[in-house]
Write a protein that binds this ligand. Sequence first.
Ligand code: SAM
Length: 245
Amino acid sequence: MPHTPKPDGSQPWQATVITLFPEMFPGPLGVSLTGQALETGLWSLQSIPLREFGEGRHRQVDDTPAGGGAGMVLRADIVAAAVDHASSSSAGRADIPRIYLSPRGRPLTQEFARELAAGPGALMLAGRFEGVDERVREARNFQEVSIGDYVLSGGELAAMVLIDACVRLLPGVLGGSESLEHESFENGLLEYPQYTRPRQWEGHPIPDVLLSGDHGRIAKWRHHRSTELTRARRPDLIASKPREK
Ligand code: SAM
């Protein structure tokens, strides 16, 4: 999908993914909130097929690791050709951050998603096999970002996670910004428990306070439950300084 301007003339948030499997996109990003936002032009998505930059009859993109060992590594010259191609289009705007999805990277956090969402977009490189030749990562200025301490088969799902986390923060994507304000991580706490009808379910009532109509008491209760949950499950969040609002 090309990066076309929004109806008001401004540029949409641009997601560009260099991948061996462009057919994976938009995938889950094409449905629900992110899908609607893609359709209405609040963000744009372009996948760049790495295979097209491959060498020879088989469009080879990888080779064996220098120094030996298992698996294959994506070649620096092939990846660089794809990156340089992306850079010659609008996806290559100098101010677009370049991200190589990698288990070695800085952990993806809500804070980082917010930073990225406030910018022009991201040019992402999805690795496969044993990863990407280190030289191209350095020479083309890619920072590494991880979506967690586990190893996936490829960077495409990680890119989708990153894109989803950013797109839902873009103005106009979610109905009310209120729903963002109280979400997990937004104030350094996990979200309080949620309830909805029926009022009684299998003998479990909705906590009385939530039906009291007293907004002050409700806010206090929610804050208390948020703090309790965070202390029990993620004490590291309490220990780190909460974001100033
Ligand atoms: N040999 C690599 C290592 O041990 O760090 C793992 C390579 S993995 C099989 C293939 C690709 O999946 C990586 O190049 C990266 O793009 C992606 N990937 C795997 N786990 C990831 C994670 N936790 N976060 C982001 N990307 C990941």
